[in-house]
Design a protein around this ligand. Structure first.
Ligand code: 5GP
Length: 174
């Protein structure tokens, strides 16, 4: 079944905001030679790629996969690491890249796991934030857009693995 999707945040607005975030990151990490972006798969792939191209500070990239919602749209709170990072993060400045923070369960668990490995610093960057849904407090350093409690797709976000490729953030209307 295909859904009707309406543009919620346009591709233009997203590009402008990603450039602003990249500039903030460059300002903060000026001179760092240990920066690494860690994307939470699969949702972060598009945002991470767009952001990485605009960050001028030299950086590495790695990915981690945590268990997702599956076919449903509700977080269980039981988060598991399904695929770990390939590299070591000891002594690195890491930025965890997320597509959206909802309850905060996924991110707080991933942050906890990565903190134990002694990186020099950890920051969190998300394209979208739904603060009204938070169950666990997580401090987020870079936020693209705060959105209300609505289910969105596009820019890496899916509904049953569909719609990730859309270059805008959309709402399902039918
Ligand atoms: P949390 O653990 O913060 O509740 O969930 C974060 C994950 O839930 C996101 O990485 C994303 O996969 C999924 N998620 C949360 N809200 C939405 C939404 O509005 N749309 C989609 N497609 N996924 C969402």
């Amino acid at each position: 079944m295909n859904h009707k999707i309406e543009v919620f945040i346009s591709s233009d607005r997203i590009s402008k905001r990603i450039l602003e975030i990249a500039n903030e990151i460059d300002k903060h990490y000026k001179g760092s030679d240990n920066l690494i972006l860690i994307g939470l798969l699969r949702g972060s792939y598009m945002f991470m790629s767009d952001l990485s191209k605009l960050i001028k500070t030299p950086h590495e990239i790695d990915f981690i996969t945590a268990s997702s919602y599956g076919a449903g749209t509700v977080s269980s709170g039981d988060v598991k690491i399904l695929k770990d990072l390939d590299g070591d993060i000891k002594g690195k400045d890491i930025i965890i890249i997320e597509d959206i923070i909802d309850t905060g369960n996924t991110l707080s668990k991933v942050k906890e796991i990565l903190s134990i490995r002694n990186p020099t610093s950890i920051k969190i960057c998300t394209l979208l934030d739904k603060p009204s849904r938070r169950e666990i407090a997580v401090s987020v350093d870079y936020i693209g857009f705060e959105i209300p409690d609505e289910f969105v797709v596009g820019m890496g976000l899916d509904l049953d693995q569909k719609y990730r490729h859309l270059p805008f953030v959309g709402k399902i209307t039918e």
